[in-house]
Design a protein around this ligand. Structure first.
Ligand code: PMP
Length: 304
């Protein structure tokens, strides 16, 4: 049976329905998260990855949108555990929590409305090809600027920008889009943060480049620093530096660690997945499944 958390209760998915008049549908004023849970057969356990960080980001973004929800990250994690348990999920899964204005009034505003939270699970599988690597295109669309719709917020309306870039990339024969920001320097993928490797340096656009403050991004920085002793640079990156990189990869909850083997038809180095990318993938995939003791604090076990 499939369930959802809807209007304060865990209900059958068929009962989780909203009106076509719902305000947030019309103006894209819905904030959301994407969380993964990984099943470990040997442990007979389902682990939610970075639950606290995702719910903290959701509530921070909601506050910026004047959505004051009377819930803590701990309470939302506990609701999520309840939902996964009730659904008896014993496989990898994706969790989509979101906060929206449930009011039926047609005004694009954020005041005097009532926020509601809903959560459902989704069978994503692999989002992009993490084993072969992908071909990416630098998009002709620019990332939303922070002074129009901040990328930091993970708000539904901002994803029109992602949809335009992703569609252009797919229709041009590529797997994913890489967006430049309003200043013409590197920001991120349509749903991922981006990293390049040059020598022993791991380089990624800083938070002021019009990016989402990615939770996977921050996990990868920790793994690169602590496990591979790489030097980290968070800074402005020019488009041409992409082509000069030894390795490129994308990170995200859905995309995990996706190697990029060519950009704008230029192979990255020899066009094969790089060694550092492989090492980071290996560490990440073991950590998220609960197989590395020192990263177990990333995980929330679902079954007692
Ligand atoms: N950038 C964008 C635009 C995204 O949608 C996502 C996916 N949430 C990311 C980056 C990666 O963020 P995270 O690692 O927190 O999933």
């Amino acid at each position: 049976m499939e369930y959802a958390y809807f209007e304060g209760n865990i209900v059958n998915i068929d009962e989780a329905k909203i009106s076509i008049k719902t305000n947030s549908i019309h103006y894209g004023t819905l904030v959301f998260e994407g969380i993964r849970a990984y099943y470990n057969e040997n442990h007979n356990q389902l682990y939610i990855l970075f639950s606290d960080a995702h719910y903290k980001r959701l509530l921070t973004n909601a506050r910026a949108m004047f959505m004051y929800l009377n819930k803590t990250p701990e309470e939302l994690t506990s609701i999520t555990k309840g939902l996964l348990k009730k659904s008896e999920i014993k496989t990898d899964t994706y969790i989509r929590p979101f906060i929206y204005f449930k009011d039926l009034a047609l005004t694009p505003k954020l005041k005097d409305f009532t926020p509601e939270v809903a959560i459902y699970t989704y069978n994503f599988g692999r989002y992009l090809d993490t084993s072969k690597g992908i071909h990416a295109k630098v998009s002709s669309w620019r990332r939303n600027s922070d002074n129009s719709i901040p990328s930091r917020w993970k708000v539904a309306g901002a994803y029109v920008n992602s949809a335009l870039a992703k569609t252009e990339a797919l229709m041009s024969g590529y797997d994913e889009a890489i967006l430049l920001n309003e200043h013409g320097t590197l920001s991120e993928g349509s749903g991922e943060n981006i990293f390049i490797i040059r020598g022993k340096k791991l380089i990624t656009p800083s938070f002021s480049e019009g990016i989402l403050e990615g939770i996977t991004r921050s996990a990868i920085i920790k793994l690169a620093k602590n496990e591979l002793f790489l030097e980290i640079e968070e800074r402005t990156v020019s488009r041409s530096e992409l082509y000069a990189a030894d390795e490129v990869f994308l990170t995200g909850t859905a995309a995990e660690i996706t190697p990029v083997v060519a950009i704008d038809n230029r192979p990255i180095k020899d066009g094969e997945i790089g060694n550092i990318t492989k090492k980071l993938q290996n560490l990440y995939f073991h950590a998220v499944r609960g197989d590395i003791e020192r990263y177990k604090h990333w995980l929330t076990p679902v079954y007692d």
